[in-house]
Design a protein. Structure first.
Length: 709
């Protein structure tokens, strides 16, 4: 057996694969071959007759991982349909189909996806006469799913506030409606399975005796409810083979509980914790840097990655003057590597927040470098950006039908599908564009009144932005169209708000780069960036852009991690909470260990963030990497990086005599403020103004209509 199945395993992998019938925790470091260990363990159990197919239960976190495992298994052993391999939700669905009577579900019960669930909640909200502005349907959806993920039915909850009473009433009505229609959402699958196993001793005992070997992938990502499901399936004779890495637990916001690893060790009285520390992915310097960083986390089981590949290149660290220069530096490095023969597709640009992709995309586009946003949409393709640009088109008097249809009922204003159909029919009969049909009152009654309100909104926007420079016009459009308030009320709308602020930043940059920074030229620019073939996801050789969360499980020859500043990475929300800060550090560890050969890190002395110029200090994570492993750029070497905030005047020293730091000014929209910094000369001059009520903003003085006091 050693000559075939186990011949390519290192000693620790071999120990894990050939364990006797006992529960064990396999601490599998990044790039240590955990998938090989999992599949080899199953093959070994089958080939050595330790277990039959029907005695094995293998749990993964994604359908992709389940398919990959099945493909690897089928190449080694004949698989039987009796083997249960799948995700938590997939396996619970299989269980409930088999035992629908015990679960009190119809045999052919339907599963609600997120969209269908939201539609049902909207109907119930309307029936219950809930104010959807004060209590948006998405907020109700989040409440229901989060309570189910915590194992709570509506009857087990006591509302603590009047607002929660509204949410709870909707949850109770939702449960009744689901029972009436014989449907189940995703969260219901796990919760209903647990309830059946708890209440039915016969079924619970049957599955405990059947699944003698339970194997779990990515154990660090399990929630408390998923861990409870595993415990219910574990009887007196089960062996749970849990593979995970507490150093890569980065999904706390989704309910993942890294402490499940310690709970498992304690509650199952484990004899073995096997550490897979030999890394087959990265060069030694990258691993030593990652080890040094993660050692600052105190709440970990502990391991140290190593490799036989050699040290490799030092880690490159660049300190940029600002976010624009940082992006340009990264793109220059990308182009240099391409000239050396590396493919674009083996280069990944990683960032903490989605909104950070905008400046990188812009710089890649200008450099004619093809790119792809992995696991998400390119900046100008994101829904909230399309909404804002549609309002901008209409505000500028560009009344194309696509723009009208995109925002006519977003945010919702009582214009339903039937009203839109009536409008389209009337417009077609008279051969009018939709906006003209609205203004000619071709739709009568209540529907016509709702359409008139939309037309009045567009008229107001046209007046509000008259005379404003581009960035100010966009900010006004986003605010007056209620896009800001809509996403502020969304439970998980922060990414969309960040992106809308980035759109304003994009307009500010466009003002400095374009000879004609008008709304029309900016809209054309946005369309070109969104539609250019070079940035198409189908381009065969494209630089990969993604958030670090999306990069989990992937690897690349070259990795760039940008935006390494306090408040950005680690994120503001984590700075005063130890557990959150440790998760941020694990996220950085994940980012670093995606790299095989080259790792580039960078930060900016100042950047536009949330529509404000921020002056920050470099991330503490950079100081936690052993200094001997880092190669500083020549620019970086000339800058202080002791961890103290750099004075604004040192970042952009001003020689402009017309505008000076400390000068008081008035802006027609933002009000009174004080100049904090000055950049450029003549027509290219920009000033950073700290406004009393609107924060700090960079303005191009050629367009900003500033008045000196």
């Amino acid at each position: 057996m050693r000559d075939t199945l186990t011949s390519n395993l290192n000693p620790e992998q071999l120990q894990a694969v050939t364990l006797s019938h006992e529960s064990a925790l396999i601490l599998a470091g990044a790039g240590s071959g955990k998938t090989r260990v999992l599949t080899s363990r199953i093959v070994w159990l089958l080939q050595t007759a330790h277990a039959s197919s029907q005695e094995i239960l293998a749990v993964t976190f994604t359908n992709k991982a389940a398919k990959e495992m099945l493909a690897r298994l089928s190449a080694s052993v004949p698989l039987h349909h009796a083997m249960w391999v799948g995700t938590f939700h997939g396996l619970c669905n299989r269980f409930l189909r088999l035992h629908h009577t015990e679960a009190k579900l119809p045999a052919n019960f339907q599963i609600l996806d997120i969209g269908d669930q939201l539609s049902l909640i909207k109907r119930l909200s309307k029936t219950l006469k809930i104010n959807d502005e004060k209590t948006p349907p998405r907020k109700i959806q989040h409440y229901i799913n989060s309570r189910k993920d915590s194992g709570l039915r509506s009857g087990a909850i006591s509302p603590s506030t009047p607002d929660e009473k509204i949410l709870l009433d909707c949850y109770a009505a939702y449960e009744i409606q689901c029972i009436k229609e014989g449907i189940a959402d995703f969260a219901e699958l796990l919760l209903r399975t647990i309830e059946v196993l708890k209440s039915n001793y016969g079924l619970r005992t049957h599955y405990q005796e059947r699944f003698r070997y339970i194997l779990v992938d990515e154990f660090q990502d399990t929630s408390l409810l998923q861990y409870e499901w595993l415990k219910l399936l574990s009887g007196k004779t089960n062996a749970i083979f849990a593979v995970g890495d507490d150093d890569q637990s980065i999904y706390g916001f989704r309910g993942a509980n890294a402490d499940n690893l310690r709970l498992f060790e304690k509650e199952f009285k484990l004899k073995h914790i096997i550490r897979l520390e030999q890394n087959y992915r990265s060069q030694g310097n990258i691993l030593d840097a990652a080890n040094g960083l993660i050692s600052y986390n105190k709440n970990r089981l502990g391991k140290n990655l190593w490799t036989q590949k050699g040290a490799g290149e030092p880690i490159k660290l660049h300190a940029a003057q600002n976010d624009i220069e940082e992006a340009q530096h990264i793109v220059n490095q990308v182009r240099n590597l391409k000239r050396q023969g590396l493919s674009f597709s083996e280069m990944a640009l990683l960032y903490r927040a989605n909104a950070q992709s905008r400046i990188l995309e812009h710089t890649l586009f200008n450099a004619n470098v093809p790119y792809r946003v992995y696991g998400g949409l390119r900046f100008f393709e994101r829904a909230e950006i399309k909404h804002a640009l549609a309002y901008l088109r209409l505000s500028a008097g560009i009344f194309d039908d696509n723009a009208v249809l995109r925002v006519i009922n977003f945010p919702t204003r009582g214009i339903g599908a039937k009203t839109i159909e009536m409008l389209q029919d009337a417009a077609q009969i008279h051969n009018y564009p939709l906006m003209e049909a609205i203004r000619k009152n071709l739709v009568a009654g209540k529907a016509g009144q709702a359409l008139n309100h939309f037309s009045e909104l567009i008229d107001r926007l046209q007046l509000k932005i008259s005379g404003l420079v581009l960035s100010e016009a966009i900010e006004r459009v986003i605010a007056e169209s209620s896009l800001y308030s809509f996403y502020e009320n969304e439970r998980e709308g922060q990414d969309q708000l960040d992106n809308l602020n980035e759109l304003i930043n994009a307009a500010s940059l466009f003002q400095t780069e374009s000879d004609t920074p008008t709304i029309h030229s900016f809209l054309a620019h946005a369309s070109l960036e969104a539609g250019d073939y070079q940035t198409s996801s189908t381009h065969s050789d494209s630089v990969q852009l993604m958030t670090i969360h999306a990069a989990k499980g992937l690897e690349f020859d070259t990795v760039f991690v940008s935006g390494l500043e306090e408040g950005l990475f680690p994120h503001d929300h984590s700075l005063h909470e130890k557990t959150a800060l440790e998760e941020e550090r694990r996220l950085m560890y994940v980012a670093m260990t995606r790299a095989r050969q080259r790792l580039y890190l960078s930060y900016a002395q100042n950047r536009m963030l949330n529509n404000q110029r921020r002056y920050g200090i470099r991330s503490r994570f950079l100081d936690e990497i052993p200094e001997a492993l880092i190669q500083l750029t020549s620019v970086h070497q000339s800058l202080q990086h002791s961890g103290t905030r750099i004075a604004e005047s040192a970042v952009f020293p001003s020689t402009n005599k017309e505008w000076a730091i400390g000068q008081n000014v008035i802006h027609p929209v933002f009000g009174a403020g004080e100049i904090m910094n000055v950049e450029g000369q003549g027509e290219t001059t920009r000033v950073l103004v700290g406004f009393k009520n609107r924060g700090a903003k960079w303005l191009a003085v050629a367009y900003a209509k500033l008045t000196r006091i």
